[in-house]
Design a protein around this ligand. Structure first.
Ligand SMILES: [Zn+2]
Length: 130
């Protein structure tokens, strides 16, 4: 997950650079001829490894802030895709069983088929908190 946080942070920086270039900015590492006299210089338009540590930490903090939301959403989509009971909005108990009570019938215990995905989600979200 650390790799994912770093990759997302780098992507955020790359996207920011792309948007700045579209707005007519250039950086110190842009090739001569890649910009016009009308373009404006911006010192932040440099490759990820050249960024000051403080700037890299800001991107990493942003990535860490948004990733739990995204990761949780993706895993939750997988959970409801593989388990009908989860899809129906029933949560399994701590033993991974859905206890379905139907009027006039005995309760029915169904093993949640998304337990492995749920465990994976929880592990990843826990790692993202570190
Ligand atoms: Zn389930």
């Amino acid at each position: 997950m650390t790799d994912l946080v770093t990759r997302v942070a780098q992507s955020l920086h790359d996207k920011w650079c792309e948007q700045m270039r579209e707005k007519g900015f250039y950086g110190s590492t842009d090739p001569i001829g890649g910009y016009t006299l009308h373009d404006k210089f911006h010192s932040g338009l440099i490759p990820w490894p050249d960024l000051p540590e403080s700037r890299r930490q800001e991107y990493l903090a942003t990535a860490k802030a948004v990733l739990p939301e995204i990761v949780g959403e993706v895993f939750d989509s997988c959970i409801i895709a593989v388990c009908e009971s989860c899809y129906a909005g029933h949560s399994p108990n701590k033993n991974g069983l859905h206890i379905l009570v139907r009027a006039g019938y005995r309760s029915e215990r169904i093993r949640c088929t998304a337990q492995a995905i749920r465990a994976l989600r929880d592990r990843h979200l826990e790692e993202l908190k570190k």
